[in-house]
Design a protein. Structure first.
Length: 443
């Protein structure tokens, strides 16, 4: 039996599973889930006195733009709206639809983004747009369904950001660098942290994508708001937001979330390190309550930041170490490379609340695909551990998240996929010849 044949998935059970009837059932299930997720959000908007979570803020912010009012207070008070001014501008026309209208519209956007994320993930791991094994569409979404529900329930754009990032990765593979940079810029204009992807673009010498990203950001942050807000107001909005969000980090916390940024809800390395290595309250600090301390050390704020910087450098260097050279890159390595980038961004985004981990959909898609074409215990075992860590949230949400269970699940996935990419890199001579590439799945 040839080596290529040994890499084939067990076609018999795959063929039995991948029937037209099974796919129709999956599509029906997906439609039902979308109706439930979106329907609950819309029902909350229709019922009097029912909270519509962040949708209320999006509506009010859009209305402020339409009426020429301030979106960031001039006084030293907490920002009601913490996203870039370009995001407020995008919300303005939707807010004209009213409270219910904005919930309906953004629920449709989230539904479309979820579908796009599923299809783009399949395209990136399989290398084409053909129909892939049913499990590739089902398992990753099932594993992050609770985080996607949070996006619908709260009105958060995390699934949209994921779709934009995955679209940028596909554009990079198809050598459409201007489109790739523009998609990342749009994601950063909605919520700032995706802009760090420019470091990856620069490392990979994607000069046009990098330039496109920067130019698109200038357009979205300055040129686009200026006709509606006036140049001076647009400049003030950007400056006030940057000073209050991007450049505000002290021993009390991050940006406009001094209490919450160090609480159990923040699963980034910043939040975890501060509450575990400093004697600070690991619970919310908005209301009077008995402080909860879970720290295992009592370091200074400076020492904690040195730890965060060191951890960032080590994981960043590990990422660079496993990346193949340009001549060694394949569809297989690219799929893992992009997943590692998203995982790094999740861990080092200063504020990483639950809904942001909808981004795990794509790394899980990579694991599912690789498990179908070449099951390896070295990948499956740590993935099972990551899923177990995530599942602990169900019975022990606050306690588990105080100790960073979601962060550590993300870290385990990163290490497992980094090892997988390193293994492929070591087999680069075989990869170049194409002999190692698994045959297409029969679906």
């Amino acid at each position: 039996m040839s080596k290529a044949a040994t890499l084939s998935p067990p076609r018999s059970w795959l063929q039995r599973l991948n029937t037209p009837a099974a796919f129709r059932a999956l599509i029906a299930l997906f439609a039902i889930v979308l109706l439930v997720y979106g329907g609950i959000a819309v029902a909350n908007a229709l019922l009097p006195g029912k909270s519509i979570k962040d949708y209320e803020l999006w509506h009010d912010t859009g209305q402020r733009i339409l009426h020429g009012e301030q979106i960031y207070p001039k006084r030293n008070t907490k920002f009601p709206f913490m996203y870039p001014p370009s995001a407020a501008l995008l919300l303005a026309p939707i807010s004209a639809l009213g409270r219910t209208g904005i919930v309906v519209t953004l629920s449709i956007v989230n539904a479309a983004a979820w579908l796009a994320s599923i299809l783009l993930s399949a395209r990136l791991v399989a290398g084409n747009w053909r129909r892939q094994p049913l499990l590739l569409y089902l398992i990753p979404s099932a594993l992050v369904a609770v985080y996607i529900w949070s996006c619908f329930h709260l009105g958060q754009p995390s699934v949209l950001l994921l779709a934009l990032m995955l679209g940028a990765f596909v554009a990079l593979q198809e050598k459409r660098q201007i489109l790739a940079g523009s998609l990342i810029a749009l994601a950063a204009a909605i919520k700032a942290f995706p802009v760090v992807a420019i470091l990856y673009l620069l490392y990979r010498r994607s000069w046009m994508a990098s330039a496109s990203l920067l130019l698109a950001l200038v357009i979205l942050l300055i040129a686009l708001p200026a006709p509606f807000r006036g140049f001076e107001q647009a400049r003030y909005d950007l400056q006030r937001w940057a000073s209050g969000m991007l450049f505000k980090y002290d021993d009390k916390g991050l940006a406009q979330r001094p209490g919450r940024s160090n609480s159990w809800k923040n699963q980034s390395l910043f939040g975890l390190a501060n509450r575990m290595l400093r004697h600070i309250d690991a619970d919310e600090q908005y209301d009077a309550h008995t402080p909860i301390y879970k720290n295992i050390a009592d370091l200074s704020f400076t020492a904690v930041n040195r730890f965060i910087l060191t951890a960032g450098l080590l994981l960043g260097l590990a990422y660079l170490a496993v990346l193949p050279r340009a001549a060694q890159r394949t569809r297989e390595t690219d799929a893992i490379e992009f997943a590692l980038l998203l995982l790094l961004m999740l861990m080092f985004t200063p504020l990483a609340f639950g809904y942001l981990f909808a981004w795990l959909l794509y790394p899980f898609a990579v694991v599912v695909w690789r498990s179908l074409v070449q099951p390896r215990r070295q990948l499956l075992a740590p993935t099972a551990l990551a899923v177990l860590l995530l599942a602990v949230t169900i019975p022990l949400q606050r306690t588990a998240q105080m100790y960073g269970n979601v962060f550590f699940a993300t870290l385990v996935l990163f290490l497992a996929l980094a090892w997988e990419l390193w293994r492929l890199k070591k087999e680069s001579s075989t990869l170049k010849s194409g002999a190692h590439m698994p045959p297409p799945l029969l679906v």
